[in-house]
Design a protein. Structure first.
Length: 685
C-alpha cells in the first residue's frame, strides 16, 4: 500500500516545489482526503503505480517557475491538468481523516488558497486541494505577459491577487496560512463570532490597521537581535505612531528612552529606530484618518513631577504638620490599597515624621489617638475592613474631642471583598459607623493631585475644630497618578492651633471651648496648669468631670453635633461646573469620580444636552450653599460607585428635592459612555 500523498505540487515551477499539508493541518492526512468545498468525490479509474515526485532543491524555484514549462501530470501524483480538473475527482481514502471540518469552524467558510486555470471553477468554489496551483499568464491572457494569479490571506479570507512570478514562494504560502489560522484562533478564544472584530464590536470610529509586528521586524532586520528581543520593541513602534497621530514631537519619547536605557546603548538604538519607524509609517501611509493636536494649557511655572494619589496624601499630611507646627505621627497597619501611605511617610524621618507599623488596625488608630493627646497630628490609614475595626476607637476620639485624621482608601466590599478594585461604598460607614451620636467631619479628594490638598484640608479641620476627620479616597485615585506642581510653602495658609489662651489658664478646665467654633482648647501635656485627663466616659459640660446626668448628656451631644455643623462656615462654597442658562439637569458626584463625570458633562453639552455638574469634596458638613444649588435645577441626578449612599444622604437633608440615582457597583470606575447614556435616560423619563 502506498504512503499517503501529503504534498501539493505547483505546476509551472521549476523543480516542482511542494507544500506539505500535514505540517499545516496536522495528522496523517492525504491530499486526496481533503475537499474544502465538500464537493462529491467522483471515483477515479484504477491508477497506475505511483511515481515519486522530486522534492525542491532550491528556494529560488518559485522565482524561476514562470519561465519553466509545466511538467506532464503523473498518474496519482496528486496533480491534475486543467481539462482533467473538470471531469476527474480523486477517490476518498477508506477512513478519511477529513481535517477540513475543523478548518471550517476556524475559517467560517472554506478558503480558496489559490486559483486554477478554470475561471468558472474559481468563481463557484468547485476546486479541490488536488487542483491547488498558481496559474501562469497563459491561463489568463488578459493579465499580461509575466503575470500570474496568486493569493493573499487577509483576516482568514483568501483573495485573488495579481503578482509578479517572483512574488510567491512555498515558504511564504505556509507562513501566510499559519498566520491566518493563528489570527482566527485568537478571535475564537476572544469569543468573536465573525472574522471582523472591528465591525462586530460596532466600532464606527476611524480605524487604521497597522501591521505592527511586521513593521517592527522590518525596522530591526539588520540589528542582529533575536526574535524575542525584536518583539519587545513593538510597543515603541506604536508609541512612534501615536506621536504622529497626536502631532507630538518624538524627541520627548526618544529622551525618555535614552534615560531609561542609558547603560544599554544597543537597546536604546533599537528602540529609537523603531520609534522613528512608527512615526514614519504614520506619516507615509497617507491614511484618511484625522490627526489631533493637543495644545498646551497655560500652566503655572514651577517644578512638576508625576505623583500617585497615596503619595500626594502623604505629602499633604507633611505640609499640614509644617503649617501647624505640630509633629506628624502615623499609626497604621498594612492593607491594600492604602499601604503606600505608610511606605511614603516611613521614608520621611528627615522631616520629623514618626511612622509606626502597629500589630493591627485597632492598635494603629489607638496609637494615633495617644499621639494626638500628646500634642502631635495623629493620623491612621486604612481601607474599608480596617475602618470597621477602628470604629470604637474613633468614637473615643469623638468623645475626647481630639484632632485625628483617618484615611480610608476605599475598595470593593464587604468583608475582604475586592482588595484591588475601586468603589465608593464606605460613605455610610464613615458617616454613621460608630455607636451613639458620634458626628465627625468627612471629606473626599477628587483626583490623585487633589489628595494633597484634601489631606492638608482634613488635617486643618481636625486641628482647628478639634474633631476626627475621615478622608475618603479610593483605589482608583490612590493608585492613579497625575502631573503635579510642587507647591511653594507660602501657597498654603498657616493652621491655627487652638491652644489654651493665656488669659484662661488659671481657671482652665478640659472642656472649655472657643465661643465661635465650639472647639475644645488643645492642652498639650507638660504645660503649667494644664494637667488633665480625657476618656470615653461622658463629661460634665463645665468642670469636665465624669457625669451621668441626663440633661448634661443631652447638652454635650448637641454641642458635639453643632461643633461639626459649624465647620460649614469654614469651608468653601460648592462650585457648579459646565453650567449654562439652559441647563435643567444637575449631575452630582463626590470624590474620585470627578474625571469621568466632568468629561461626561462636557460631552453632553457638546451634543446639545445642557447639563451642569457639582462634584462634592466636603461631605459632612455639606457646603452652606448646597440646598440653594439643588433647588435651582429641574432634575438632580447623583452618580456614584455604590447603591445610592450619597443620594440617600442628600435626600434626607433636602426632602423637598427629588434626587435621582445612577449607580454602579462592579469594582470598576465609571465609563464616560455609561454616564452619558444614564443621564439621557433620566432626562427622557
Amino acid at each position: 500500500m502506498s504512503e499517503p500523498n501529503n504534498t501539493f505540487t505547483f505546476p509551472g515551477m521549476e523543480n516542482s516545489e511542494e507544500l506539505d499539508i500535514s505540517a499545516i493541518f496536522g495528522g496523517e492526512t492525504s491530499a486526496s482526503d481533503i475537499n474544502p468545498f465538500d464537493a462529491p468525490a467522483v471515483p477515479a479509474e484504477t491508477p497506475a503505480a505511483p511515481q515519486e515526485q522530486p522534492r525542491a532543491e532550491s528556494s529560488n524555484a518559485a522565482a524561476e517557475s514562470a519561465a519553466a514549462p509545466a511538467p506532464a501530470p503523473q498518474p496519482n501524483s496528486g496533480e491534475l491538468s486543467a481539462p482533467q480538473a473538470q471531469t476527474q475527482k480523486p477517490a476518498p481514502a477508506a477512513e478519511p481523516a477529513n481535517p477540513i471540518s475543523a478548518a471550517k469552524s476556524l475559517f467560517e467558510k472554506p478558503p480558496i488558497f489559490s486559483y486554477g486555470s478554470a475561471k468558472d471553477e474559481i468563481a463557484d468554489g468547485a476546486m479541490t486541494f488536488e487542483e491547488l496551483r498558481i496559474a501562469k499568464s497563459d491561463d489568463f491572457p488578459e493579465l499580461g505577459e509575466g503575470k500570474r494569479v496568486s493569493w493573499s490571506v487577509e483576516y482568514g479570507k483568501v483573495t485573488k491577487a495579481i503578482t509578479d512570478p517572483k512574488g510567491t514562494t512555498i515558504q511564504s504560502v505556509k507562513e501566510e496560512i499559519e498566520r491566518s489560522k493563528a489570527f482566527l484562533d485568537g478571535l475564537k478564544k476572544a469569543k468573536f463570532a465573525t472574522d471582523d472584530p472591528i465591525k462586530e464590536l460596532g466600532i464606527t470610529a476611524q480605524v487604521v490597521e497597522v501591521p505592527v509586528t511586521t513593521m517592527t521586524k522590518a525596522a530591526l532586520a539588520d540589528s542582529g537581535m533575536d526574535n524575542k528581543a525584536v518583539l519587545k520593541c513593538r510597543n515603541i513602534f506604536t508609541l512612534g505612531l501615536l506621536c504622529w497621530l497626536f502631532d507630538r514631537p518624538e524627541e520627548g519619547a526618544r529622551k525618555m528612552l535614552q534615560d531609561k536605557f542609558a547603560k544599554k546603548p544597543a537597546v536604546y538604538e533599537a528602540n529609537a529606530k523603531v520609534l522613528r519607524a512608527g512615526y514614519d509609517y504614520g506619516h507615509n501611509i497617507h491614511a484618511s484618518v484625522s490627526t489631533y493636536r493637543i495644545d498646551t494649557d497655560e500652566i503655572c511655572p514651577g517644578v512638576y513631577t508625576d505623583i500617585k494619589g497615596n503619595e500626594a496624601t502623604a505629602w499633604g499630611l507633611i505640609m499640614a504638620s509644617e503649617k501647624s507646627g505640630r509633629p506628624l505621627f502615623l499609626g497604621s497597619y498594612p492593607i491594600t490599597p492604602a499601604t503606600d501611605i505608610l511606605h511614603e511617610l516611613a521614608k520621611r524621618k528627615d522631616l520629623g515624621v514618626k511612622a509606626c507599623q502597629m500589630e493591627d488596625e485597632i492598635a494603629g488608630v489607638c496609637s494615633a489617638i495617644g499621639a494626638s493627646f500628646a500634642g502631635s497630628l495623629g493620623v491612621t490609614s486604612t481601607s474599608g475592613p480596617g475602618l470597621a475595626l477602628k470604629g470604637e476607637a474613633i468614637g473615643l476620639a469623638v468623645m475626647a474631642e481630639l484632632p485625628l485624621v483617618v484615611i480610608d482608601v476605599q475598595r470593593g466590599g464587604p468583608s475582604t471583598g475586592l482588595p484591588t478594585k475601586t468603589e465608593q461604598t464606605d460613605l455610610n460607614q464613615a458617616l454613621y459607623g460608630r455607636n451613639g451620636e458620634s458626628p465627625l467631619a468627612v471629606v473626599a479628594p477628587l483626583s490623585p493631585t487633589d489628595c494633597f490638598d484634601m489631606a492638608f484640608e482634613a488635617s486643618r479641620i481636625a486641628i482647628e475644630h478639634m474633631t476626627p476627620v475621615i478622608l475618603l479616597s479610593d483605589a482608583f485615585i490612590g493608585n492613579g497618578s497625575s502631573a503635579w506642581r510642587i507647591p511653594e510653602a507660602g501657597e498654603y495658609p498657616d493652621i491655627r492651633v487652638p491652644y489654651v489662651p493665656d488669659d484662661v489658664r488659671e481657671g482652665w478646665r478640659p472642656y472649655m471651648r472657643d465661643a465661635e467654633t465650639l472647639s475644645r482648647y488643645w492642652a498639650i501635656p507638660g504645660r503649667d496648669n494644664l494637667t488633665h485627663r480625657l476618656g470615653g466616659l461622658e463629661k460634665d459640660v463645665k468642670p469636665g468631670a465624669i457625669s451621668t446626668d441626663p440633661a448634661n448628656h443631652a447638652k454635650m451631644v448637641d454641642i458635639r453635633r453643632e461643633k461639626v455643623a459649624r465647620i460649614a462656615n469654614d469651608i468653601p462654597a460648592q462650585e457648579v461646573l459646565c453650567d449654562t442658562p439652559e441647563a435643567e439637569t444637575l449631575l452630582i458626584g463626590w470624590g474620585g469620580t470627578f474625571g469621568h463625570l466632568y468629561t461626561a458633562a462636557e460631552e453632553l453639552n457638546r451634543e446639545g444636552v445642557p447639563v451642569a455638574l457639582a462634584q462634592f469634596r466636603y461631605i459632612n458638613p455639606l457646603p452652606a450653599n448646597t440646598g440653594e444649588i439643588l433647588r435651582r435645577y429641574k432634575r438632580v441626578v447623583v452618580a456614584e460607585l455604590n447603591t445610592g449612599q450619597f443620594a440617600d444622604y442628600l435626600q434626607a437633608r433636602f426632602p423637598d428635592v427629588e434626587i435621582r440615582r445612577f449607580n454602579k457597583v462592579e469594582g470598576q470606575p465609571f465609563l464616560v459612555s455609561e454616564i452619558v447614556a444614564g443621564v439621557k435616560q433620566e432626562i427622557a423619563k
